[in-house]
Design a protein around this ligand. Structure first.
Ligand SMILES: Cc1cc2nc3c(=O)[nH]c(=O)nc-3n(C[C@H](O)[C@H](O)[C@H](O)COP(=O)(O)OP(=O)(O)OC[C@H]3O[C@@H](n4cnc5c(N)ncnc54)[C@H](O)[C@@H]3O)c2cc1C
Length: 413
């Protein structure tokens, strides 16, 4: 079903149903699900579509592909999305503004007003910043243990970092590697005590404390790391076949600003529920940018599918509400909070009255429909309102079902 309706009326700003920020696996999957549901979908991407998959040499853990070149997988994600007609725009999202319930996406190519937004802007690994790191990325320098650990079966590797990720992943990597040199610039790790204890008890892990990596060197592939002690200046070389860098991972969420209505966890990851809904109505997040357990292609595509369908459900509901609430000659609606037991009890009693032959009263969860609530200027809940062609003609805050009965008695027949 194509949803032609718009929540907002015609204005000068470009107006879209679903805007997706970021065209990686999460964004492209969301676009496929959005388009297949009939939504008008615009994907904004400031790099190459396919996201981080483009910098993955070989992917071996995406179902259906035993081993595939990252760029090839990224290309087929894009082709699949194109097949359903999602619109792409090379554009950088600079900020997201929420004004009176409107969602405005500020980009380097102008502002866009969206009925719903999916944020799938991914995450970025921090670099160690040493000589050879960029040169050997994909040739022994890695940033993801789950992705690339198996490539180093029976080989010695180095892990750079001293936080939770470095210590935990060093331990994980010992199931493949013959030896793991855990290199940290300080004399003590910053990770949680239990993680440190477990890692240090692992005979395959050798901590190298107080050293920085000056250089990652080799021929075609990584062959060694050159270290320097920060206090004594002593240098040391260790022969390794791989270097895993875990000095930080952060979400690409700068465009949300330091503060803002979208809830984020420590580290700035976007918090969602299982429908990928953020704390702002009509705004969803999917993939690596959100607070989650496993950041992989398969989980990003799953998130994207959920977000695409959740956005469709949200928009259908909004368009339905618009036509059922704001267009009819006369209509009555009960605005409530679906998490308040008192409000739910009144809603159930209204349904009983309806079953007994009373006139219908629409029941609207005000928290999930902030925009309509704001439009109708309903300040206190629960409230019953009468509307005539979208114009509020009466409103009453109610506390018991008799208040609703009184309201209806003095109302139209
Ligand atoms: C080297 C490496 C190897 C990996 N190997 C594997 C592997 O083998 N298997 C596996 O499952 N996973 C692997 N991963 C992880 C996997 O690639 C990610 O989990 C996955 O790509 C996340 O998808 P995403 O759509 O959430 O984000 P991303 O892939 O990061 O895509 C986000 C997109 O958003 C765009 N974007 C960001 N900010 C903006 C903005 N302001 N405006 C517009 N666009 C923006 C970016 O350009 C990017 O294209 C690897 C990652 C790396 C770095």
């Amino acid at each position: 079903m194509i949803l032609y309706a718009r929540i907002i009326g015609v204005n000068e700003m470009e107006n879209r149903q679903l805007v997706i920020v970021g065209g990686g696996p999460a964004g492209l999957s969301a676009a496929i699900y959005g388009r297949r549901s009939g939504l008008d979908v615009l994907v904004l991407e400031n790099g190459i579509s396919g996201g981080q998959v483009n910098v993955t040499s070989k992917v071996e853990n995406y179902p259906g592909f035993k081993r595939i070149d990252g760029m090839e997988l990224a290309k087929s994600f894009r082709e699949h999305t194109d097949m359903f007609g999602a619109e792409f725009r090379e554009s950088r999202v600079e900020s997201l503004l929420f004004e009176g319930g409107d969602k405005i996406i500020r980009t380097d190519k102008g502002d866009i007003m969206a009925d719903s937004v999916i944020i799938s802007s991914g995450a970025s690994f921090s670099k160690a910043g040493c000589k050879g790191e960029t040169e050997f990325t994909g040739r022994g320098v890695c940033y993801c243990a789950v992705c690339d650990g198996a490539l180093f079966d029976g080989l010695p590797i180095a892990v750079i970092g001293g936080g939770n990720s470095a210590v935990e992943e060093a331990d994980y990597l010992t199931q493949f590697a013959s030896r793991v040199y855990l290199i940290h610039r300080r004399e003590e790790f910053r990770a949680q005590k239990t993680l440190i204890e477990r890692a240090l008890a692992n005979p395959k892990i050798e901590p190298v404390m107080g050293f920085v990596v000056d250089e990652i060197a080799g021929g075609d592939m990584v062959e060694r790391v050159v270290l320097r002690n920060l206090k004594s200046g002593e240098t040391r070389e260790i022969e390794v076949d791989g270097v895993f860098v875990f000095v930080g991972l952060k979400p690409n969420a700068e465009f949300l600003g330091d503060k803002g209505p979208i809830r984020r966890s420590r580290g700035d990851w976007i918090v969602t529920n299982e429908k990928m809904e953020t704390s702002v109505e009509g705004v969803f997040a999917a993939g690596d940018v959100r607070d989650k357990f496993l950041r992989q292609i398969v989980t990003a595509t799953g998130d994207g599918a959920t977000a695409g369908m959740a956005a469709y459900e949200y928009l259908s509901n909004q368009y339905y509400l618009r036509s059922a609430l704001l267009e009819p000659e006369r209509v009555r609606a009960f605005f409530m909070s679906s998490i308040d037991p008192g409000h739910l009890a009144i809603a159930a009693q209204i349904e009983e009255i309806e079953k007994a032959g009373g006139r219908g009263i629409m029941k609207i969860d005000a928290h999930r429909n902030v925009r309509i609530r704001e439009k109708l200027d309903i300040k206190e809940l629960p409230a019953i309102v009468s509307l005539e062609r979208g114009r509020k003609v009466r409103e009453r805050v109610v506390s018991v079902i008799d208040d609703v009965r009184d309201f209806c008695k003095t109302e139209m027949p």
